[in-house]
Design a protein around this ligand. Structure first.
Ligand SMILES: Cc1cc2nc3c(=O)[nH]c(=O)nc-3n(C[C@H](O)[C@H](O)[C@H](O)COP(=O)(O)OP(=O)(O)OC[C@H]3O[C@@H](n4cnc5c(N)ncnc54)[C@H](O)[C@@H]3O)c2cc1C
Length: 451
């Protein structure tokens, strides 16, 4: 009989924590999970799911407009923000219940409340102490406000998903994936939208062609882009906001949304006090098995700040459960994590960017194609797709696949399998295309753009 109440105590019922807890019970462990807010975490409540639902909603504007080129005559469509919010919230409540129900039916003990680590084997929730052989920190991350005068007047992505009414004019401050997604949603739903970003190009960390191409396409859709520009201050003006930039210009908007980064949720958790090493940004420092500097404490997901994506958090959660209770030595290949940006148009990527591959010393063949997707030959929309392969010129191995265009997120998943299998360009060339699709371009590009 164990001297602990549980084999595993998980703090945080989001993507990583729920997956780890359910997996651990399947492997025979006695598990409890503490959640201070809603089960499902960021992804379900204020991340992937509401974002994608709102992105789909905003795409209808394009679909209505594009249909005209195919012969459809349409009455002017209208959009109702309250209907979308209500239906989205209803779906999220359904998912919250599924997450909690799944834990319950797997035999995980649910502890509702905010947890704090007391020592290497004890956790405090609502005044009650629970002991466990292992503690898993899966507390996620939270949005950070930019350091500008009047920052309190801005909202973050968390607040965006709960806005009661649709703002007429918005400035999104940031150039990462959350910034371009929120800006695309708002613009598509009819809000007059601008993006300001202090860096020179969008989507830092992605292949540079993607950010440059996306910026062109977003600008062509009528979004105002102010790159290389910092917000200096935000002032309150009756119901509106006056934003002052470092280039001397100003902008009147109804809302400013900060998409200026996220910080790991470790404040007040008691981790440093029990000897868990934290990085400068507060992230839990872990080894390949996600073990912290205290051997009984593990951490997964956004709180370790490796790649802040749901499939990474869930994969890490499974890895910890398998390692502790299934005795597996599996590790995660962070180099080949596919990802999509649900901007309009969509962006997707797997593997190395051209710059990363060059920095790693590869000699490269680059294959690039920019073309009009078939649907836009009749829709009349002036939108171009971009597809790019980064290939090692010596081994012929495809190191990276990147694209901007309709359904990019759906397309990249299969190519992620190919890259995970170590596919070469010759194998891409030997693969027959599906015609007529956008994806076939990945297997029909023959001429390298650069040697
Ligand atoms: C706007 C937005 C869009 C996104 N879109 C995508 C996307 O399209 N695809 C994708 O893969 N990823 C996306 N992400 C990222 C994804 O949501 C996160 O990577 C993922 O949710 C991380 O999972 P996690 O388990 O680490 O943390 P979370 O899912 O955030 O879960 C952490 C949980 O811990 C709880 N908690 C925190 N502290 C305590 C405590 N002391 N006691 C008890 N409970 C606590 C929190 O309430 C929360 O429920 C998006 C994120 C945002 C913000």
């Amino acid at each position: 009989m164990s001297k602990f109440d549980f084999d595993l105590f998980t703090i945080g019922g989001g993507s990583g924590g729920v997956r780890a807890s359910r997996f651990a019970t399947k492997l025979g462990a006695r598990v409890a999970v503490a959640e201070g807010a809603q089960f499902g975490g960021t992804c379900v409540n204020v991340g992937c799911i509401p974002k994608k639902l709102m992105s789909i909603a905003s795409h209808y504007k394009d679909d209505y407009a594009d249909a005209v080129g195919f012969g459809w005559g349409l009455a002017r469509p209208t959009f109702d923000w309250a209907t979308l919010q209500t239906r989205k919230d209803h779906e999220i409540a359904r998912l919250n219940a599924i997450y909690a129900g799944g834990l319950h039916s797997s035999g995980v003990k649910i502890v509702e409340g905010w947890a704090q680590v007391l020592d290497a084997h004890s956790v405090l929730v609502n005044g009650k102490t629970y002991t466990a052989e292992y503690i898993l920190v899966a507390t996620g991350s939270k949005p950070v406000h930019a350091q500008v005068a009047g920052a309190k007047l801005a909202i973050t992505s968390d607040d965006f998903f709960h806005l009661d009414s649709q703002p007429g004019r918005v400035l999104v401050y940031g150039g990462g994936y959350i910034a371009v997604e929120l800006a695309s949603i708002l613009h598509g739903l009819g809000t007059q939208t601008a993006i300001a970003y202090r860096g020179p190009s969008l989507l830092k960390g992605f292949d540079a062609d993607l950010g440059a191409h996306l910026a062109q396409q977003m600008a062509a859709r009528g979004l105002a882009l102010k790159l290389g520009t910092k917000v200096l201050s935000i002032e309150s003006r009756a119901d509106a906001r006056l934003v002052c930039f470092d280039d001397g210009t100003t902008l009147d908007v109804d809302q400013v949304i900060f998409a200026t980064g996220r910080a790991p949720n470790t404040q007040g958790l008691g981790l440093a006090e029990v000897g868990v090493a934290l990085a400068g940004n507060g992230a839990v420092v872990v080894d390949q098995q996600l073990r912290s500097s205290v051997s009984s404490i593990f951490a997964v997901g956004d709180v370790v700040n490796r790649l802040a994506l749901t499939p990474v958090a869930t994969s890490e959660g499974m890895l910890v459960a398998e390692y502790l209770f299934g005795k597996s030595g599996r590790t995660i290949n962070y180099a080949l994590v596919p990802t999509a940006v649900f901007s309009h148009p969509c962006v997707a990527s797997v593997g190395l960017s051209e710059d990363q591959a060059r920095a790693q010393g590869h000699q490269l063949s680059i294959f690039r194609s920019i073309f009009t997707p078939l649907r836009h030959t009749l829709s009349g929309r002036a939108e171009k797709a971009l597809m790019k392969l980064v290939v090692d010129a010596q081994t012929d191995r495809v190191l990276g696949a990147h694209l901007v265009g309709p359904e990019a997120g759906e397309i990249i998943q299969g190519f992620a399998v190919a890259l995970t299998c170590g596919a070469t360009k010759a194998q891409f060339d030997a693969t027959l295309g599906v015609h007529p699709t956008m994806a076939e371009e990945f297997v029909t590009m023959r001429e390298p753009a650069t040697a």
